[in-house]
Design a protein. Sequence first.
Length: 346
Amino acid sequence: MVRKIIGSIAMCVSLLLAGYSYGQDVQYSQFYAAPLYLNPALTGASELTRVGVNYRNQWPGLDHSFNSYSAYIDHYIFDYNSGIGLIFNGNQETLANLSTNEIGLSYSYRLRLSESLFFRIGAQVSYMQRDAFFSDLVFGSMIDIVNGTVGGITDELNGVPLDSRYSFFDYAVGGMFYNDKFWLGGSAHHLTEPNISFVEDQTSVLPMKVSLQGGYRVDLAPGGRDYFTHIGQERSISFAFNYKQQDPFNQLDLGTQLFLEPLVLGIWYRGLPTKNNLPNNEAIIGLIGLSLPTGLDIGYSYDVTVSKLGQKNSGGAHEVSLRYTFLWGDPKSRNQRARVIPCFRY
């Protein structure tokens, strides 16, 4: 009961304080498996047609769960050097039945800067909706200590409808340089820093999120030849980073992935090992995936919590991704894999 009271009060404080409550975006450990969510410039980056889904269960050891999911489809139009995409994102926090849903359209354009260097620029516009149902929250004033009973909502939510909904438009831009060995890009989300408060005449800003991602791939000696194509199976190791800043927080993901076709093994560190008022060591992440020649990619990752929250309390985080990539069009008229960004697979 005490934990529920404390959690309820904390949630309401985060929702109701004008000018001091900040929304934060969901983060995926397999962020390259959610490319349109990471950077709109990656729309159509496979230069094929791509369909994918992502699911994340954050901190299942707590009394209340945090679940996030994403689905997308994108396609590259060769005649216009353009990628188009549709993305759906959602997340739910069970304590206040708080959910956020987003549907967005994205577009990117590919520029050739030299024989082997390319630049992609992209933009995204989204419609977002936040819903909350506050009737399940428990406050100290609702508890009869003598009888051990819980009464109805008192005046803590004065002026806030028990069933609240708020909608708004959101915007993002991004860009990326790359060749067949390296990539370096950045993106900015929530350009207008929209107000997401449920309270009328109050302000709760969704801060702009700025991210910078990049990496380098090293090709290893090829493996055995594929039974159908007779091409040597890919062997490579990649090193990458993803830096995110969204007031008042910043974070850095550093990791490596080993691709022994069709097997992918990866490890990440999430945090910033600096001494300040906000300790920023969050998780060590392990990943295993299969990248099949049919175009199907399956990934699973697990976050081991290294912050003060503790692995025992949080239960870490589970994440699953599923992606299918295929060629839509005449393969004889285009070299569809010549300029694919060598990013991480997950």
